[in-house]
Design a protein around this ligand. Structure first.
Ligand code: SAM
Length: 286
């Protein structure tokens, strides 16, 4: 059986196929044998729950997912890895590999075609250069999935899991909390990867919500408000909203007053309900 956490086996199979790591594609492969079984276990895939993996690399996580789930669909951008995966995953008949860019593929169509109406989760060790755009794409498309279990840089994990309204929160916390309930699962040290990145990582699980925690008439405006609020972290909320939304300072002052928010407030103090109140007031006035 192939051991994808055995460094000499992995190096051997990669060099046999002439593969060299691409920093630009965020290629840091997991070699810590404890991480992938735990991710596969905690992501919620199973006998009746299929799983989509993004960026299988040499297949170390795919291998564990294929042991637990009845079907794995793995999307890999780097075509040099396709023959590698065909070799390392040859014992699994329940894995389909798609060569493509997750940012460009129609994931809803893939889910329909590959899993019918069945339950699906997403599980991935994400490429770090594009973590937030991938997470936001998968959430914004409102895919019929139960959850997203992803490995990201530790700092990004802390930011995503921060409760809106607390000091650690940012635009991504509010955006992610609109679609899901984030859960911090466990930390992964930088030494768990080949090659080792500069910083530690963490695995988080985003449990998809049936309905958003706040209701707004104009969803696009909600996200514009959140983005503008955090665009200049050192400024007050009122200054950031004014420049980010191109609304005069006096109008913003009236909006904040009507939404029941103090003029000196900062973005990180805003709860989901506060952002919703600002959005509703702006939608009414503009
Ligand atoms: N899952 C493997 C592991 O844990 O060892 C590899 C993880 S590595 C951090 C990220 C993987 O994502 C790489 O294999 C990389 O080629 C792939 N990748 C990068 N950008 C991608 C994209 N836009 N779409 C799909 N895969 C991508």
């Amino acid at each position: 059986m192939n051991n994808l956490t055995d460094i000499s086996y992995v190096k051997n199979v990669l060099s046999k196929h002439g593969f060299t790591f691409s920093k630009a594609l965020g290629q840091n492969f997991l070699i810590n044998p404890r991480v992938c079984p735990r991710m596969a276990e905690e992501c919620g895939c199973g006998d009746n729950v299929g799983v989509i993996e993004i960026g299988p690399g040499a297949g170390v996580l795919t291998n564990e997912l294929a042991r637990i789930s009845y079907k794995v669909v793995a999307i890999e951008l780097d075509k040099r890895l396709i023959p590698v995966l065909e070799e390392t995953l040859s014992e699994h008949k329940n894995v389909k590999i798609i060569n493509g860019d997750v940012m460009k593929l129609d994931i809803a169509k893939i889910i329909r075609e590959e899993f019918g109406g069945g339950e699906v989760v997403i599980c991935a060790n994400l490429p770090y250069y594009i973590t937030s755009p991938i997470i936001m794409k998968l959430l914004e498309e409102r895919l019929p999935i139960n959850s997203l279990t992803v490995m990201v840089q530790k700092e990004a994990a802390d930011r995503i899991c921060a409760v809106p309204g607390t000091r650690e929160s940012g635009a991504i916390s509010a955006a992610v909390n609109y679609y899901s309930k984030p859960e911090f699962l466990f930390k992964v040290s930088k030494g768990s990867f080949l090659p080792a990145p500069k910083v530690d990582s963490a695995v988080i699980k985003l449990n998809i919500l049936k309905n958003p925690p706040v209701s707004v008439k104009d969803e696009k405006m909600f996200f514009k408000v959140v983005k503008a609020a955090f665009s200049q972290r050192r400024k007050t909320l009122s200054n950031s909203l004014s420049s980010g939304l191109s609304i005069s300072k006096s109008d913003i002052s009236g909006i904040l007053e009507q939404a029941g928010i103090k003029q000196t407030a900062r973005a990180e103090e805003m709860t989901m309900e506060d952002f919703a109140a600002i959005t509703e007031t702006i939608t009414l006035l503009h």
